[in-house]
Write a protein that binds this ligand. Structure first.
Ligand SMILES: [Ca+2]
Ligand SMILES: [Ca+2]
Ligand SMILES: [Ca+2]
Ligand SMILES: [Ca+2]
Length: 397
């Protein structure tokens, strides 16, 4: 509301824009016998320099010509008054957020004296500031097993404007399916399970907007969220399936094959220890714990009935802790090994010597009571315990 001045010197609501922020208090009385009302317009930034602010009105009963002026250095920087008409001009832009109030002393004089009056000018607000984020840049590291609902970060933006124009709301732009932001408080929290093995980092944009009804202003800020790995994955064997052939005459120490398992936790994968769980008859194979090299550990013999059908090894990869002790994270697979025959057995007679008694009157064609058999254990020769001809030997001529 416009205030009532003393001694009948009123401050009227200016037309057409009423000003509730102006008061006018005469500070002294000069030779003027009467002073008309001053009035002032409501000042809304960004009022441009050169724009008319108000007009001072004074009345002199003598009808002397009056001269208006503005008093004081600071007031003169912002305001100028046209000496004859009393029109007050703005000399530079106003900013409520810098200076929200002026106490300006104006003067009016006739040929005999001067009186001064003080006008309190309050600068009205407009929404001319966008919210401003503090303490940027925004980045945070969280482990992948951070539970849903956990608050992980808080952003802060302020807006110096008054009322709705200074009230800030936060949102993600575009929205995230893994993180939410509390619109009023700026608290960022997890809303969906994270998985380092799928996504290692998120780049989000936080929008801070004021609540001005006509022309809300907003600002964007980046939020970098880095996901750190935790041990939540077992190892896997690679280059499967494992199966190989080995010649039975391969010397001990021969590398059968390398086996390799890798930790599926990629952030800081653990080393693997390799062992044979089962199928290693007579410890005929050795598996290097560190390198995964499977080697022949002794002489093979395909004709050994324990070996002839080959081997089905069960091998295991175990993730190792930092102190190289085995962890609970393991993987197993089977390793088929077929033993390949080589011709390493000579055919054998069924007896090292044969003896037979022949009657001295025996004729040509006489069948000797002698049965000779030949055996060959090797597969490659096409015989396997194949019996030779067991016909009786005939006496030749
Ligand atoms: Ca403002
Ligand atoms: Ca604002
Ligand atoms: Ca792991
Ligand atoms: Ca992991």
């Amino acid at each position: 509301m416009c205030e009532q001045g003393r001694e009948g010197h009123q401050v009227h609501p200016p037309s057409p824009t009423a000003c509730p922020h102006v008061s006018w208090t005469p500070t002294g009385w000069g030779p003027l016998r009467s002073l008309g009302p001053f009035h002032c317009c409501f000042l809304s930034p960004p009022s441009l320099p050169g724009s008319s602010v108000t007009q001072l009105l004074a009345r002199d009963l003598d009808n002397d010509p009056l001269v208006f002026g503005v008093v004081g250095e600071e007031a003169s920087r912002f305001f100028a008054v046209e000496s004859v008409t009393g029109v007050v001009w703005l000399r530079q832009p106003l900013d409520r957020e810098t200076k929200s109030e002026f106490t300006v002393e104006f003067s009016v004089s006739d040929s005999q004296g001067v009186i001064k009056g003080t006008v309190n000018i309050q600068v009205g607000d407009v929404n001319d500031n966008a919210p401003r984020f503090h303490n940027q840049p925004y980045s945070v590291r969280i482990p992948e097993n951070t539970p849903v609902g956990t608050p992980i970060f808080i952003v802060n933006a302020t807006d110096p404007d008054q009322g709705a124009g200074g009230s800030v709301l936060y949102s993600f732009q575009p929205p995230s399916s893994f993180f939410a932001i509390d619109s009023g408080r700026g608290i960022v929290s997890v809303i969906r399970e994270l998985d380092y093995e799928v996504t290692q980092a998120y780049q989000l944009q936080v929008n801070a907007t004021d609540q001005d009804k006509n022309k809300p202003l907003s600002t964007l800020a980046n939020l970098a969220i880095t996901i750190t790995d935790v041990q939540d994955m077992d190892p896997i064997f690679i280059n499967l399936p494992y199966s190989t052939n080995i010649y039975e005459n391969s010397p001990p120490g021969t590398t059968v094959r390398m086996i390799t398992a890798v930790d599926q936790d990629k952030g800081r994968p653990r080393g693997i220890g390799y062992t044979i769980v089962s199928g290693n008859t007579n410890s005929i194979f050795a598996l290097d714990y560190i390198s995964g090299a499977l080697t022949l550990n002794g002489p093979l013999d395909r004709e050994n009935p324990f070996y002839s059908a080959g081997f089905i090894l069960t091998v295991k990869g175990t993730e190792l802790n930092d102190d190289r002790t085995p962890s609970n994270a393991t993987v197993t697979t089977t390793f088929n090994i077929l033993v390949i025959d080589v011709n390493d057995n000579a055919p054998e007679f069924n007896s090292s010597e044969y003896s037979v008694a022949i009657p001295e009157l025996a004729q040509v064609g006489f069948a000797l009571p002698l049965f000779i058999q030949v055996q060959d254990k090797d597969e490659v020769t096409g015989y396997r315990w194949r019996r030779g001809p067991s016909r009786p030997l005939l006496l030749g001529s």
